[in-house]
Design a binder for this molecule. Sequence first.
Ligand code: RB5
Length: 143
Amino acid sequence: MLVAVASDHGGYALKEKVKDYLRQRGDKIVDLGTTSEESVDYPIYGKACAEAVASGKAERGIVCCGTGIGISIAANKVKGIRCGLCTSVEMAELTRKHNNANMLAMGGRTTDPDLAMEIVKAFMDTEFEGGRHKRRTDMLDEM
Ligand code: RB5
């Protein structure tokens, strides 16, 4: 799968680990920054990643900031994006099954890196259930 990734400084180390993990799996990556732990503004990176997904340049997006909160808020402002902030494997499975999330957000300062890779695996490998959930995601996409 082609995955766009982005982070601010607080999520930079986790983003780099996500890239290594995705490469190992054979996924393709578009890295939209940032490129170091120098302080930057998370809305810029959340928006860039979300626009790549919304435009179809990437099939999925993964974004990281210190908590995952700010960058997920930024991503969800882009029409067509359903970005789930996940702190457990169960949340990642459910945001795919129920929300058809096309983006995942995680916190580089709040989520253990090994757990984060399990979260990425669940996000990448879990299918949307459709049915009643499709009605609800259609409602989200209309907003
Ligand atoms: C940056 O210090 C921090 O505020 C940011 O990474 C993120 O946690 C915001 O939600």
